[in-house]
Design a protein. Sequence first.
Lengths: 161, 168
Amino acid sequence: MMGVRTILGQWRSTAKEVWDRTLIVAKFLCVLHVTNTYICTPTLVYGPSMLPTLNLTGDVILAERISTRLGKVGPGDIVLVRSPENPRKTVSKRVMGMEGDRVTFLVDPKKSDRCRTIVGDNVYASRDSRHFGPVPCGLIQAKVFFRIWPPEGFGSLRQGE
Amino acid sequence: MGTPSFLWNFMKSITGGLIALTISDRYASIVSVHGLSMHHTFNSSTNSVLRSLSDDYVLVEKFCLANYKFTGGDVIVFRSPNNHKEKHIKRIIAMPGEWIKVPHSHDMLKIPEGHCWVEGDNSASSLDSRSFGPVSLGLVQGKVTHIVWPPQRVGQVRRSIPEGRFSF
């Protein structure tokens, strides 16, 4: 009798400890998710389409989500957008404008008042709005504002041109 | 006595809020359906007074967003291509690479890669791909699987494609 009760008691206290630890980890992951989705997230970007601003072999940058949620993204900003051709890919490009005044086709402001034209900095090696047209604002995920790796490039990535 | 327990309750409710937000973003959430564009599937009561009092509530699951696995006939929630603050609920009629006959015209349209064609079940009063064209799959926020309110209509939302919309 005594043996069973002490075993049961020990099991209960271990189970409680496991539950408490799991809850702490779960809460931490929730805070991480909310921060990454609504405030700011670090991302690895690679590829030639934003040379010379972003390196070919990969930079770690910080992208904030508050401006995109408020709609305060304008020409000259570097943004992370979900690719219109493959929604599983997120690409980084620069917003060129709403009117599309640098490209040959015209965006009718009444029909698509929330579309932006995006172009990569490296115009020779970038699939962007010149191929798939203006991009709906709902696909813009975050605005890039800071680079944290490599150390030589550490610093703010403000609006170019 | 007063302040520590108030702070404790405050922290607990913030934590609860964060957990609820994470679950509703990553796994499933419940949303209410406004409007008549999905009549007969949602909001199917014909009495206009009753209808305004009780919108249908549906369960939206987000597991499908991991790989963007959708099939024709699914009912999805997506951000409007014209206004990223609005969300719409419509049914997917055609997936990327398929051809669809554009209504009231003799054209056949091929759905581009990464896009889908959505239409409301109630064609008479639905603002959908017939007005704003194919919708990018990146705008999709979730898939509707069940109706959870009102109780007499609780059940699974079935996949179905309207007749005669495809080419061969």
